[in-house]
Design a protein around this ligand. Structure first.
Ligand SMILES: Cc1cc2nc3c(=O)[nH]c(=O)nc-3n(C[C@H](O)[C@H](O)[C@H](O)COP(=O)(O)OP(=O)(O)OC[C@H]3O[C@@H](n4cnc5c(N)ncnc54)[C@H](O)[C@@H]3O)c2cc1C
Length: 384
């Protein structure tokens, strides 16, 4: 039985990135994935900022389309449109992206075992079940990249993220302005709906929220689709980071830790960045031959210094959003529809780190009426 320095559970973007980083440091690494094919089932809109795509360290093969701006459209008919004038994000084929990331992990020296599911822990070994029956893989550090439901976290009794959104998405025939993403805040009042062009007259339509998802989705599609709906996918988006992202010689990365951004639900950027931090700390733990919490705590310090404040801020915006009615949202959109403000959004907007542009906008005197709307939702907490 081979002993590994690191076993990574789950070959999504976070798991493959972690395995690649570990193997590149010379750690003996095993990446296990329960499915027989990496990248399936796809549970993602595939919208990645340029920075998120860069973090994945892959070729451009998975890019289906390029996006330079967005339109926010309310049920009352107000619109806010902005365009950066250059590509700011890519729409990726997640199946191709995930497969390429896992290939890079294998190329770096990680053993990739498909159809091998984590089924529990036995001390410093993971129990697996899969094509070769039941097995055990001993490790020094375990990286849990096993997605929103994280069987690893559950088996260890770790507290889970506080919020789970359900998402539903489909591909549709739709001829739209090819470079703009459309956002519909009223399609799902706790969150929003989206229509993302993927080129050749096709788009991805989806929404996420906490209730009535199939019914909302049906209504949303009815108002938008030119033709039929194909390739329906569902998924879960965890929001709010789990209480402690390390413990039991284990580091939790990506969706398993609750790292999607609460403002958008996007989790690839933070997932892949958390993987790099986890790999660095796993390397340190192996080098010092110490996998106690005293060393693993360094992981939490790293990701918090990187994007912790951004996630905290995002969660406050998410909670505020729960207080706003469709009328409030419509008013906000109309107030934001000002050339100077749109210019600020264009200049300071960052999909992965939206806190800066929101803070900047709230200082603009033209937006003081917005404060009235936000105050009732607890804005003081947002701009503190
Ligand atoms: C509808 C929807 C749309 C989204 N759109 C976007 C978007 O446009 N942009 C964006 O950035 N994010 C988006 N997200 C979020 C994004 O999909 C996730 O944040 C991202 O996939 C997280 O990567 P991960 O590697 O942490 O987890 P996952 O991609 O979930 O990978 C986890 C892996 O672990 C495997 N696994 C699970 N259990 C076991 C086990 N017991 N044993 C072995 N393997 C196991 C799974 O099979 C899977 O391969 C969307 C999510 C949803 C639901």
């Amino acid at each position: 039985m081979r002993h590994y320095d690191v076993v990574v559970v789950g070959a999504g973007p976070a798991g493959s990135a972690a395995a690649r980083h570990c193997a590149e440091q010379g750690l003996s690494t095993c990446l296990i994935e329960e499915h027989g094919t990496i990248g399936y089932p796809v549970q993602c809109a595939g919208l990645l900022s340029e920075a998120a795509f860069r973090e994945c360290r892959v070729s451009r093969r998975s890019i289906l389309h390029e996006v330079s701006g967005a339109r926010i459209i309310t049920a009352q008919g107000s619109e806010l449109s902005f365009d950066a004038g250059r590509t700011r994000a890519f729409v990726a084929d997640r199946a191709i992206l995930d497969r390429e990331m896992a290939m890079h992990a294998a190329d770096a020296g990680a053993d990739v075992r498909l159809k091998t599911a984590y089924s529990g822990r036995k001390g410093q070994a993971v129990r697996t079940r899969g094509v070769h029956g039941r097995g055990e893989i001993p490790f020094r550090v375990l990286i849990a990249a096993d997605g929103p439901r994280s069987p690893v976290a559950r088996s260890l009794g770790m507290p889970r993220p506080p919020i789970f959104l359900a998402g539903l998405q489909a591909e549709i025939i739709r001829h739209m302005d090819g470079s703009h993403v459309e956002l519909y805040p009223d399609a799902s009042p706790e969150f929003f709906g989206w229509v993302i062009p993927i080129g050749k007259g096709r788009a991805r339509i989806g929404l996420a929220g906490t209730q009535d998802i199939p019914e909302r989705f049906r209504m949303f599609c009815r108002g938008i689709c030119d033709g039929g709906v194909i390739h329906l996918v569902s998924g879960t988006v965890p929001l709010g980071v789990m209480e402690k992202t390390y413990g039991h010689a284990t580091l939790f990365v990506g969706d398993a830790a609750g790292f999607p951004k609460p403002t958008s639900g996007g989790g690839v950027y933070t997932g892949v960045r958390s993987a790099a931090h986890a790999a660095a700390v796993a390397g340190e733990a192996c080098l010092r031959n110490d996998t106690t919490d005293a060393v693993l705590a360094g992981y939490e310090q790293r990701w918090k210094a990187d994007f912790g404040r951004e996630l905290e801020f995002g969660l406050r915006v998410y909670r505020l959003r729960q207080q706003l009615s469709p009328v409030d949202i419509d008013r906000l959109v109309r107030l934001l529809n000002d050339p100077g403000i749109i210019d600020d959004i264009r200049q300071f907007g960052d999909m992965d780190r939206p806190a800066a542009v929101i803070r900047h906008l709230l200082k603009n005197p033209k937006l003081f009426p917005v404060l009235g709307i936000l105050l009732k939702g607890g804005v003081r907490q947002i701009i503190k």
